[in-house]
Design a protein around this ligand. Structure first.
Ligand code: SAH
Length: 398
């Protein structure tokens, strides 16, 4: 049976990437979009010869269609249930829902065959983010299906798309609960550590779930070290370092709100006024500039995305170089440095080159101990390499 969705037609020969399951149709590949097609509609994509390649969400912009399925499939509640069930099955394979861990990403867009959708789980609350008008229109169905997945245990669904939907689409989304919202616990657990998650006002869905494995690795290096957690946000790395018996941990973020989140999370795990922890609401570059040589021997640099778009890559690379050079220069001999880039537009090679340039600038002896990436609950669809965004290097500085 075929669906009754409106049809958009590809230019001759433009189906190649779709035949290799790449889920985006660029506007330049389309020969014809009927005037009646509206932003957020589900459309059927056909070749110039009239063969159906798939169905997806239509959007005005350079990515015109995000393919939901490479077949003529009805996009209804059953479709979302099946996708969400598959997503949860993977997280069960990964062992992420445990008594000591209830914080994980359930849906990572294209990586879970749901382009334009992100869902993070915090205990019994799901925080859902739409990046496309199509997902925005489907939010109620998705929220309902989420609460019905066996074993997932979602009771509240918070929708948070005020900053992620295309501004021009004029959708005026409101950040609010779609389901539940009464007596919600905002404390969730990651590897036995507890975190206050502020999905109402926080960045992204309230927490950087993507650093879980890297924080656990940092803990292993922490014993007896003097730790600087730069760009600490909710203090994730700080809390793991304290658990790893760091001698002291200094957390720095330019946002006073982030500092109070960090302090609250340290208190939640280690009690009030933890003597090993101190936080500073200060600009990273100013802090690095005034800090003493050799003050730290375990350093984390996890800045916000310096390049949000391709056009900003050059400046971003300069920013990474400057930041890393400042840290490497003052690192104590024997320092372990965790340095990251979450800019999707910056490639792994470009980032490594920026860090190389930083090291060369200081003249220190630097070796790479680990090459880090995003965790398995942020899977990369092999046909959509753009889904890989987090890059990290762990360096040993002599
Ligand atoms: N490492 C964190 C995530 C970092 S998000 C984690 O594991 O959760 C980036 C943080 O950098 C934000 O909290 C933001 O407030 C902070 N930030 C942005 N620009 C900054 C600057 N110039 N100096 C210090 N902090 C900055």
């Amino acid at each position: 049976m075929s669906t009754s969705y409106q049809t958009v037609t590809l230019k001759r020969g433009k189906q190649e990437s779709l035949e290799r399951f790449h889920p985006w149709v660029f506007s330049g590949a389309l020969a014809n979009v009927p005037a009646s097609v509206e932003e957020g509609d589900v459309v059927k994509v056909v070749t110039a010869e009239g063969r159906v390649v798939g169905v997806g969400h239509y959007q005005i912009g350079s990515i015109a269609v995000r393919i939901l399925d490479f077949a003529d499939t009805e996009i209804d509640a059953a479709f979302f249930r099946s996708r969400l069930t598959r997503a949860y099955a993977l997280r069960q394979t990964l062992g992420l829902r445990r008594p000591d861990n209830d914080t994980f990403r359930l849906v990572h867009g294209e990586g879970d065959f749901l382009p334009g959708l992100v869902i993070d789980i915090y205990g019994d609350t799901a925080v859902m983010q739409a990046h496309s008008p199509g997902m925005h229109f489907a939010r109620d169905i998705i929220a309902r299906e989420l609460t019905e997945i066996d074993g997932l245990g979602v009771k509240n669904v918070f929708y948070k798309s005020e900053t992620t939907l295309p501004y021009k689409a004029d959708l005026d989304p409101v950040d609010d609960y779609i389901i539940g919202g009464a007596n919600v616990s905002c404390v969730s657990t990651e590897n036995s550590l507890r975190f206050n998650i502020d999905w109402l006002r926080g960045q992204k869905t309230g927490f950087f779930v993507d650093q879980r494995d890297n924080r656990a690795l940092l803990q292993k290096y922490a014993r007896g070290r003097r730790v600087l957690n730069m760009f600490c946000y909710t203090g994730g790395f700080s809390v793991y370092a304290l658990r790893g018996d760091a001698e002291l941990v200094h957390s720095v973020d330019s946002s006073a709100k982030a500092i109070s989140l960090t302090d609250a999370n340290v208190e939640l795990n280690f009690g009030k006024d933890c003597p090993r922890h101190k936080s500073f609401a200060e600009d990273a570059f100013k802090f690095l500039d005034r800090m003493d040589d050799g003050a730290y021997d375990l350093i984390v640099l996890d800045p916000p995305a310096f390049a949000k778009h391709r056009s900003a890559i050059r400046n971003a690379l300069r920013g990474y170089q400057r930041l890393n050079a400042a840290a490497i220069q003052k690192a104590a001999p024997g320092t372990v440095l965790f340095t990251f880039s979450c800019s999707q537009a910056v490639s792994r090679e470009q980032f490594r080159l920026a860090v190389f340039s930083a090291a060369a600038q200081t003249g220190r002896r630097v070796r790479i101990l680990h090459q880090l990436t995003q965790p398995a609950d942020h899977p990369v669809n092999i046909y959509h390499p753009e889904g890989e965004y987090l890059k990290g290097l762990v360096l040993y500085i002599e």
